[in-house]
Design a protein around this ligand. Structure first.
Ligand code: DAH
Length: 324
C-alpha cells in the first residue's frame, strides 16, 4: 500500500466512523479495522514492503489512524448505548418504591393508648429501665417478703439496682418531681425472670396510668377506664371490676373488658393509690387522693390483632410484621 492510499483510507474510515449512527455500524467498523485480523493490523504487518523513504511517515500515519479510530469508536459506543437505554426506557412502567417499613405493632398500640388518654388531659411521662429497689418496690408499699421481690422473679444488678419489673416506679419518680394535680401515662419496657412461652416473655411492655388530685374517687377510675375501653374496642364494650390485691393501691381491682369475640378478658390492674405510697413521697400529697392502673401492651396487641404467640412480636420476621 502506498502512503497516499493509506491517507485516503484513513480519512474515509474516520469520517465513516464519525458519521455512524447505530451501534451495529460502529461495531462493524470496529471489527473490520481494529480487531486482531482487521484492516489496520494487516496494513501494519505490511509496513516492511513500504518504500524506505516513506516508511517513517507511513508508520506515523497508521498509528494515528489507529489511535484516532479507537477514540471515535469508544465515544460512539458510549453515546449510542446510552441512547439505546433511553429508547428502551418505558415511561409507563410502575416506579420503583423504596420499602419504608411501618411501626411495630407494640409501637402502634402504645401510641394509640397514649393518644386515647391524651384526649382527656393525660401527658406521657417515661422512666428508665434500670430502677432503684426503692422506686420499684419500697416506695410502692411492696414489703420485703413480697414474692415479686424474689431473685427468681426480678433481675437484680450487681450495683444494687434492678431491671424494673413494672412501669409503676414511674409514678414515684413523677410524684417526687411534680406537684399534684397529676395526670400521666407511662409506657415502657419491663423485665421479669420468666421462661419464654406463648404468653410469657422476659422482656415485655406495660403502660402505667396515674391521676392525683383533690377528691379523686373510685367512680373517677371507673369512668376513665370505661372511656378507655370504649375508645379502644368500640362503644358497646362493657367493663367489669373484680376485687384484687396490689400493694400500692387500696382498694385494688383487676379489670376485664367484654370483647365482642373473645368474651371477658382481663386487661388491667388498678386501684386507688395507697396512702403509704403518698406518705413515701412528701407532704404535697397529704391532702390528695388518686387512682392508678397498669396494663400489658403485648396482651392488648395480641387481643386486637389475634396474635397467638407473644414471641411472634419479637422475632422481627418480615412475613409477620408486614401484616400491620
Ligand atoms: N404493676 C402491676 C403489675 O405489673 C400493674 C398495676 C396494677 C399497676 C395496679 C397499677 C395498679 O398502677 O394500680 O402487675
Amino acid at each position: 500500500m502506498k502512503i497516499l492510499e493509506l491517507q485516503i483510507l484513513k480519512k474515509e474510515v474516520l469520517k465513516n466512523a464519525s458519521n455512524a449512527n447505530s451501534l451495529d455500524m460502529v461495531k462493524e467498523i470496529q471489527i473490520n479495522f481494529l480487531s486482531k485480523k482487521g484492516k489496520i493490523a494487516e496494513i501494519m504487518s505490511e509496513i516492511k514492503n513500504v518504500d524506505a523513504q516513506d516508511r517513517a511517515l507511513f508508520g506515523q500515519t497508521i498509528n494515528s489512524f489507529k489511535n484516532e479510530l479507537v477514540k471515535i469508536i469508544d465515544s460512539k459506543l458510549e453515546l449510542l448505548s446510552q441512547n439505546e437505554k433511553i429508547k428502551t426506557f418505558d415511561l409507563t412502567q410502575p416506579g420503583q418504591w423504596n420499602k419504608i417499613g411501618s411501626s411495630h405493632p407494640i409501637t402502634m398500640i402504645t401510641n394509640e393508648i397514649c393518644s386515647i388518654f391524651q384526649k382527656i388531659g393525660f401527658t406521657v411521662a417515661e422512666g428508665p429501665n434500670i430502677e432503684t429497689i426503692w422506686n420499684n418496690f419500697d416506695a410502692l408499699n411492696t414489703p420485703e417478703d413480697h414474692p415479686s421481690r424474689d431473685k427468681q422473679d426480678t433481675f437484680y444488678l450487681e450495683n444494687g439496682n434492678l431491671l424494673r419489673c413494672h412501669t409503676s416506679p414511674v409514678q414515684i419518680r413523677y410524684m417526687k418531681s411534680n406537684k399534684p394535680p397529676i395526670r400521666i401515662v407511662s409506657p415502657g419496657r419491663c423485665y421479669r425472670r420468666d421462661t419464654p412461652d406463648s404468653t410469657h416473655s422476659a422482656n415485655f411492655h406495660q403502660i402505667e396510668g396515674l391521676y392525683v388530685d383533690h377528691n379523686v374517687t373510685l367512680s373517677d377510675l371507673k369512668g376513665t377506664i370505661s372511656y378507655f375501653a370504649k375508645e379502644l374496642l368500640g362503644k358497646s364494650v362493657k367493663t367489669r371490676f373484680r376485687p384484687h390485691f396490689f400493694p400500692f393501691t387500696e382498694p385494688s381491682f383487676e379489670v376485664d373488658f367484654m370483647h365482642p369475640t373473645s368474651g371477658w378478658i382481663e386487661v388491667l390492674g388498678a386501684g386507688l393509690v395507697h396512702p403509704n405510697v403518698f406518705n413515701n413521697i412528701n407532704h404535697d400529697y397529704e391532702k390528695v387522693s388518686g387512682f392508678a392502673f397498669g396494663m400489658g401492651i403485648e396482651r392488648i396487641a395480641m387481643i386486637l390483632y389475634n396474635i397467638k404467640d407473644i414471641r411472634d412480636l419479637y422475632e422481627n420476621d418480615q412475613r409477620f410484621l408486614k401484616q400491620f
